[in-house]
Design a protein around this ligand. Structure first.
Ligand code: ADP
Ligand code: MG
Length: 485
């Protein structure tokens, strides 16, 4: 029997963990660093030895406030940490310090835009601070699971969305926005492959119009935004098919298999787990003053949304270009610096989006490691605008050569490579005369009305000038000469 998937409405809420880029951990001075030798970034505090005391990390609090402000949240001036008690080998203290009843941020939202242009607001329930656990490694040793405690105690924020999403694509866009934000704010590198940003997807389905949500399933272990979407799409289909077969949906935690594209059960939840939360007795509550919040606000960079507005309204770029140029803060900055050296906005946008970004992709490098200064891009643009060099010579010859000799000016390199167009009309006139003399019958045909022959003459002129003739000027000379002859 055919299943009518449209009868059902999927409901999705995401929990996103982001590792803060603070220099030290959440409650002690151990360094935070990805890829350091195992168990070298630890201390009696992060290992939870008896008698040790945690301390607040002011920088981590500042980062949490930043993301809260960026998502239009209310910032709680009074909040405290709790102990979330559970036993697991990667949790050396036997409890995780986490904000339970008093999250630092509440009630925000994130705007997303879908491929078809639809815009939607996704509500945030809360953003709270907590510490990360160590990392179990099941594939390093044949017999045993190994544990690296370097990550234990690293500052995290957890962004919890409302169950506002309805498709895998919406979840994809939501995560893309969160990643863009944390990167703009410089508080997390947003790298899902390395696990510095992680996402648990809560998925349920219900009959359209039903007053209540269905039973939710939590899916974990997706190492890319694309895989979160795949996991959700699979889960929606699995749940609808199960319901259609009169099977029960269990509240459980499932894991995603990226190779098969499926999810399978990790553990079933029988009711709510009992974490025996209680206020962390070793840390004083946080009193965040309005002055502190204002000082954080003053340190915020322009956010992607604001830049998008500026790029479309002030620079007159279309939505697509503005989107590409604001995806990454450093690219947006590079573009804006280019504009300090040229007034040709459209051309600067094209050069950054096509040539510069193309080169970065090809080389798999970030724009901060790109050797050409924005002023050099502006130099290329003015050579083109002044008809000194053709667009194709600029992209194919000049640009690659400038990357190699990035201290030289565009003009110097264009001269050295003999790329400058001939603007000398005496010289050019000679080429035009030679070209026309070569085809006397064609000249007669042209005079009789076959104007398309201009292309043939132009081709000959360009050949004679070895491609250096300024096409506009050459075209004018060819026409004038024909009219006079
Ligand atoms: P839990 O107590 O199981 O962690 P929460 O109420 O804290 O559940 O919600 C966790 C996440 O699950 C939130 O992002 C929330 O939006 C989402 N969520 C809650 N109920 C549902 C549901 N029925 N279907 C899909 N997502 C849900
Ligand atoms: Mg939860």
């Amino acid at each position: 029997m055919e299943i009518d998937f449209n009868k059902y409405e999927p409901v999705i809420g995401l929990e996103v963990h982001a590792q803060m880029l603070t220099k030290s951990k959440a409650f002690c001075s151990d360094a935070v660093e990805y890829g350091a030798p195992a168990n070298t970034l630890v201390s009696p505090i992060s290992l939870g030895h008896p008698g040790t005391l945690p301390k607040h990390n002011k920088e981590a609090v500042k980062y949490a406030i930043k993301i809260g402000i960026a998502c239009s949240c209310d910032i709680a001036e009074f909040n405290y940490y709790a102990r979330k008690n559970y036993f697991y080998a990667d949790l050396p203290k036997g409890y995780q310090i986490s904000q339970h009843t008093t999250p630092i941020c509440e009630n925000g939202f994130v705007d997303i835009k879908l491929k078809d242009g639809t815009e939607k607001k996704i509500g945030l329930t809360r953003i709270h601070m907590e510490e990360d656990t160590g990392k179990s490694m099941h594939d390093q040793d044949v017999y045993d699971t190994l544990i690296d405690y370097n990550r234990a105690g690293t500052a995290l924020v957890e962004v919890v969305s409302e169950p506002d999403m309805r498709t895998g694509e919406e979840a994809y866009q939501f995560l893309t926005e969160i990643r863009k934000l944390v990167r703009y704010l410089d508080i997390c590198d947003g790298n899902m492959e390395e696990g510095s940003m992680r996402c648990d997807a809560n998925v349920s389905v219900r009959l359209r119009g039903a007053p209540q949500f269905g039973v939710k399933v939590e899916v974990k272990n997706m190492n890319s935004i694309r895989n979160v979407q795949r996991a959700i799409d699979f889960e929606i289909k699995r749940q609808i098919e199960a319901i259609e077969k009169n099977e029960k949906i269990y509240q459980e935690t499932r894991t995603f298999d990226a190779i098969k594209g499926t999810t399978f059960v990790m553990r079933t939840k029988e009711g709510a787990s009992d974490y025996r939360y209680f206020p962390e007795p070793d840390l004083p509550p946080l009193h965040i003053t309005p002055q502190f919040i204002d000082s954080v606000k003053a340190q915020m960079p322009a956010l992607p949304k604001e830049l998008f507005e500026k790029f479309t309204k002030v620079y007159g770029l279309n939505d697509y270009d503005a989107n590409v140029l604001t995806e990454n803060k450093d690219v947006a900055e590079y573009f804006e610096t280019t504009l300090k050296h040229t007034g040709n906005i459209k051309s600067a946008a094209n050069w950054v989006m096509v040539q510069v970004k193309g080169y970065l992709n090809e080389q798999a490098i970030e724009i901060k490691d790109f050797v050409l200064q924005p002023s050099k891009i502006a130099e290329i643009i003015s050579l083109i605008d002044e008809n000194k060099i053709s667009n194709s010579a600029a992209t194919q010859n000049l640009f690659p050569a400038m990357i190699i000799e990035h201290h030289k000016s565009a003009f110097e390199i264009a001269e050295a490579l003999n790329l400058m167009q001939e603007n000398n009309s005496d010289e050019l006139q000679k080429h035009v005369d030679t070209a026309l003399a070569k085809y006397p019958e064609k000249v007669a045909e042209y005079k009789a009305g076959k104007v398309s022959l201009i292309g043939l003459f132009m081709g000959e002129v360009m050949k004679l000038s070895k491609g250096k003739a300024d096409p506009k000027l050459a075209n004018q000379l060819v026409k004038d000469t024909l009219d006079r002859s």
